[in-house]
Design a protein. Structure first.
Length: 371
């Protein structure tokens, strides 16, 4: 028996994703991010149980992805080890900057040590060892090919680029100073923040889908490590909080187009379903019917209805599934029979009393039967 499974653990408004693959008795494991510090408490027994990961990814420095990693490195004895860790710290940003053409380079700030970099450095975990340059970037030569892992998983890097990494350099110190590492996730244009999203009279998908698209310009999000993982003929796109332009550009580089869409079995939508990260043009070059959202809706009321409306509108006829790791106002509003009938989708939520939600990627079509 083999498996290919994603579990979206509860991670406040952030991500804590466990991907498992291979022999069901002894699967491989990749952990992507750890949510906020309180979320680490729930993850620790699981990580102890697993003992050794194949890959541990810290996608970028926003607190809703990295704050849970800080208490990990405060442990006297680490609860797990890993065959590989991927994290682009100041040194990697700086190296990416040095690779850019002189006219594109940004002026450097002063390097500052910080907790996660120091924590990784204190382990014997191979850090960014898949790239000779030690920079996890689509511009590292190794990033152009699928990266194989034990047990048959391959990983195709979609983000970040050297440019996106270098762009964060001037703000790196400021970003870290804001409460522990970086306390806010300001990927929304200022005027878009806050406000209740559940409208009286329901959601108008046509109107929401045609709202003007303003792309995310938050530099930390641009450094997100995003990738397609493939096993057993199935693919999942784990997009972290990546910018839509880099995802689209990399996928087009792999041959994706409106006429030849890139097939994905599950898309962990970027930036918790922010309307600034899922463009109609990105959706138009992928062929996917299962969309997963990781957020409790705090801070930004994610997922944004505009992002989900675009997802429904681009593929109105085929059955689609929306998977949420929290029941909260911005997700429950889609659990509406009339909307589901009109746009041919279903919603899957965590079962009562369960933490987070799992997706069986080898039998993804079975999700259609659940609601
Ligand atoms: Zn985030």
């Amino acid at each position: 028996m083999t498996k290919f499974h994603l579990h979206m653990h509860p991670a406040s408004e952030g991500d804590a994703l466990m991907l498992s693959w291979g022999d069901a008795e002894r699967p491989g494991h990749a952990m992507v991010d750890m949510g906020r510090s309180k979320d680490y408490v729930l993850l620790k027994p699981l990580l102890q149980d697993i003992g050794k990961l194949d890959l541990f990814v810290v996608s970028h420095i926003d607190a809703d992805h990295i704050a849970g990693v800080v208490p990990l490195f405060e442990e006297k004895r680490l609860p797990f080890s890993t065959a590989h860790v991927w994290f682009n710290a100041h040194e990697q940003l700086s190296d990416a900057n040095d690779r850019l053409a002189p006219s594109e380079r940004v002026v450097l700030g002063v390097a500052q040590g910080e907790k996660v970099s120091a924590g990784i450095a204190a382990t014997d975990w191979p850090w960014n060892a898949h790239a000779k340059s030690r920079v996890i970037s689509i511009d590292s030569p190794e990033g152009a090919q699928p990266i194989p892992f034990d047990g048959g998983l391959t990983v195709r890097l979609l983000s970040p680029s050297d440019r996106k990494l270098a762009a964060l350099l001037p703000a790196w110190n400021d970003a870290l100073e804001k409460a522990h590492l970086r306390d806010i996730d300001d990927g929304e244009p200022e005027e878009e923040k806050g406000g209740g999203r559940v409208r009286l009279g329901g959601l108008n998908v046509d109107a929401l889908a045609s709202a003007r698209f303003l792309p995310d310009s938050a530099k930390p999000n641009g450094t997100s490590i995003a990738f397609v993982a493939e096993y057993g003929g199935k693919r999942i796109l784990l997009a972290a909080d990546a910018h839509p332009d880099i995802l689209e550009r990399t996928l087009r580089g792999l041959g994706a187009s409106e006429d030849s869409r890139y097939q994905i079995d599950c898309f962990k939508v970027s930036h918790h379903g922010s309307k600034a990260n899922t463009s109609a043009s990105l959706l138009s070059i992928i062929d996917c019917r299962c969309f997963a959202f990781s957020t409790d809706g705090s801070h930004h009321n994610h997922p944004d209805p505009e992002a989900i409306a675009r997802i429904l509108k681009v593929d109105p006829v085929r059955p689609k599934t929306l998977v949420f790791n929290f029941r909260q106002p911005s997700t429950l509003c889609w659990d509406n029979r009339a909307l589901m009938d009109q746009w041919n989708y279903n919603c899957v939520f965590p079962e009562e009393g369960k933490n987070g939600i799992g997706i069986d990627l080898l039998h993804i079509d079975d999700l259609w039967g659940k609601s």
